[in-house]
Design a protein around this ligand. Structure first.
Ligand code: SF4
Ligand code: SF4
Length: 338
């Protein structure tokens, strides 16, 4: 994920150091990607959500509720890591609920960072218009269905929410076109073993709506929770029906660019996220997980002098490099698979 614009000297130098370095617990370069858990709150309760699902009982590494990230914390975080290339302003929750969200996007853009977010697309038209007019480089809208029935089956939420999300996606796409915004609007949907055969309907809808991209996303497993294990829900490369479906479907017939899910394989590798990404929550605590957004508590503060190579990061990197998994969910995370 490298910005399409010119890099600053600091960014270019850091990228070069990253490209020339080997993988090791203590890294000579600084984080390439910043990630901000701007809120812990969400106005929805999707069944598959690893934080807000009513079906998920607490599990050991679950993200814990935090205050919102304030603008001053956001600014201090970006200033500490001016070499980074991109920032994701995300949850665990609905990021536009943070009252400083749009200020953060502007500020990140002013610092030459590729700026990314993901919304559930349910808030009012004023928020949608501001998203369309913003300096975001990539805006993901979680459609999570292609009609009321599929939305209800995929999320467990009331299907009558779907027309509003669809209308909001249409509104954003139309407005950013009129204003010639160089933003990629990406419609996303999480698919699992029981639903992946419906992915074509979802892509067809994204095509009809005129999205720039459409992302078929892999289910994120939560091993200790019944009904959420990888074996029950995830898409495996070893499953001939799954590989046949994704390789034989003619995705090129759609105008929209299709991002296929990464299938889980037996060939394990280490997770690059802890070697590239520094994430903060509203308490200023850090983590390196950009997949499950593991709980950050106790990992250290972004204000600590050596935070990027602190004991937490050294432990995580050391375990991955030794072929071990720091948490049960890492074994079947797409970040360690393939
Ligand atoms: S919209 Fe996103 S953060 Fe909110 S409950 Fe659904 S999956 Fe979780
Ligand atoms: S492998 Fe583990 S640390 Fe890496 S992204 Fe996945 S859940 Fe997070």
């Amino acid at each position: 994920m490298i910005p399409r614009r010119w890099l600053t000297l600091r960014q270019a130098w850091n990228l070069l150091r990253y490209l020339c370095s080997g993988w090791q617990p203590i890294l000579p370069y600084r984080p390439l990607y910043l990630s901000v858990s701007s809120v812990s709150r969400c106005n929805l309760r999707c069944e598959f959500c690893h934080v807000h699902s009513p079906k998920v009982s607490p599990y050991p590494y679950q993200h814990q509720p935090c205050p919102d990230v304030t603008f001053s914390m956001f600014r201090a975080f970006l200033r500490r890591f001016p070499e980074a290339l991109a920032v994701s302003i995300i949850g665990s929750g609905e990021p536009t609920l943070n009252p400083d969200f749009f200020r953060m996007v502007e500020y990140a853009h002013s610092r030459n960072l590729l700026t990314i977010t993901s919304t559930n697309g349910t808030l009012g038209p004023a928020v949608m218009e501001r998203l369309a007019d913003s300096r975001l480089d990539r805006l993901e809208i979680s459609l999570n269905g292609y009609d009321e029935d599929s939305f209800h089956r995929f999320t467990g939420l009331d299907g009558s929410l779907f027309p509003r999300i669809r209308r909001n996606a249409e509104r954003i796409i139309a407005r950013k076109r009129v204003h010639h915004r160089p933003m990629d609007v990406v419609l996303t949907c999480v698919f699992d073993r029981t639903t992946y055969r419906e992915a074509g309907h979802f892509v067809a809808l994204a095509d009809e709506l005129g999205a720039d991209r459409v992302a078929i996303q892999q289910f994120l497993p939560i091993p200790p929770v019944p009904g959420f294990s990888a074996a029950e829900r995830c898409l495996f490369a070893a499953d001939p029906a799954v590989t046949r479906f994704f390789s034989e479907t003619d995705w090129a017939r759609f105008r929209v660019r299709v991002e296929l899910p990464r299938l889980i394989t037996e060939k394990k590798r280490f997770c690059k996220s802890v070697f590239t990404t520094l994430r903060i929550d509203g308490n200023g605590q850090v983590g390196g997980c950009a997949g499950m957004l593991l709980n950050n508590a106790g990992n250290g503060s972004f204000l600590d002098q050596e935070v990027w190579n602190n004991a937490y990061f050294q432990r995580m990197r050391g375990l991955f490099l030794a072929g071990r998994f720091p948490e049960a969910c890492c074994r079947d995370c797409v970040s360690t698979s393939g």
